[in-house]
Design a protein around this ligand. Structure first.
Ligand SMILES: [Zn+2]
Length: 317
């Protein structure tokens, strides 16, 4: 930083709030000690600080603990730090978090991630689900304008499941025993994507009309144009909700109607399946985490970095 930039920076320091000032001090001392992940977490927390117990915004500094600034809430009286109430709150080996976040950015399968980061395989497994807990639930509140909705099916996998009843465990990539697509043998993923790339998805327990309605109702804007295939469930919901539904008769080879088509959502399906392939079978019960991981990657694109991934895991923006 040159002298003029430094002068400009110093001039702004007087405007810092107490929490911001503490975060900068912590960042400076962490830089000296190499505690990068914790400094980052303290810094990001300071952007919109709230009590990890009761979400109040009034608190005072209460020393430090384990490398993080500690606060005491003036409303509930509890002490907390930036990680309180986040999925990472009780994870150890904080020195390895940024490297693990980078492994998520790089879509490394578990064994490779564990090896690169220098943690045990079961730790890598546990961390994966903690790191993905917030991204799993991060979805757009609304999809608007031209909205494409379509399902895709993945053969169910019981990988990692110790209790299998009624059938032999099978990894993904096998063959279904029944012809056609059913939620008995397949995981059904409904993806809803608008032309601004806002994307949400849901794992459907069955293919009943009310299941589709429960997914579409809260998220599709009432003035949207909903583009779908000919599945009756879409039309039924659209009619009840007063939403215009353009449906394409795929069985008759109808791929588009004017500007309306399903290429964006079907392209998303294909990218998700290609992205999932290196994992060589994801247990059905974990599929939602992987969907959230992929949405994060799709949303962030090239901006997705280890620091952004770590902040997302803590639920910071
Ligand atoms: Zn509180």
């Amino acid at each position: 930083m040159d002298e003029r930039e430094f002068q400009a920076l110093s001039a702004q320091l007087g405007a810092l709030s107490e929490v911001q000032r503490e975060a900068i001090l912590a960042a400076l001392s962490a830089k000296a000690s190499g505690a990068g992940a914790l400094a980052l977490i303290d810094q990001r927390f300071a952007v919109q600080p709230t009590c990890g117990h009761c979400r109040a915004k009034r608190f005072t500094r209460w020393g430090t603990s384990n490398g993080l600034i500690r606060y005491q809430c003036q409303d509930c009286g509890s002490t907390f730090n930036a990680l309180t109430g986040t999925p990472l709150a009780h994870l150890r080996r904080r020195d390895a978090w940024l490297a693990y976040a980078q492994a998520i950015v790089d879509r490394l399968p578990l064994r490779k991630a564990a090896k690169r980061v220098g943690i045990a395989l079961d730790t890598a497994f546990r961390w994966r689900h903690r790191f993905l807990e917030k991204p799993r639930d991060t979805k757009p509140a609304k999809v608007e304008g031209v909205v494409e909705a379509d399902e895709t099916f993945i053969l169910k996998s019981a990988k990692g499941s110790r209790k299998i009843t009624g059938r032999a465990p099978r990894r993904r990539g096998g063959k279904a025993k029944k012809p056609g697509l059913s939620t008995e043998e397949h995981d059904c993923i409904l993806v809803i994507r608008d032309r601004h790339a806002a994307t949400t998805d849901a794992l459907l327990p069955d293919l009943e009309g009310k299941t589709f309605s429960s997914v579409l109702e809260p998220v599709v804007a009432k003035d949207a144009v909903l583009v779908t295939d000919g599945r009756a469930a879409y039309g039924q919901w659209a009619e009840a909700a007063g939403v215009l539904n353009i449906w394409l008769n795929a069985s008759k080879g109808e791929r588009s109607y004017g500007v309306y088509h399903l290429q964006n959502v079907n392209g998303y399906h294909a990218r998700f399946k290609g992205w999932l392939a290196p994992f060589r079978g994801v247990a059905s019960k974990h599929l939602a985490s992987y969907l959230g991981w992929h949405r994060m990657k799709d949303r962030e694109g090239q901006r997705l970095s280890a620091t952004r991934c770590l902040c997302a895991a803590c639920g910071f923006g």
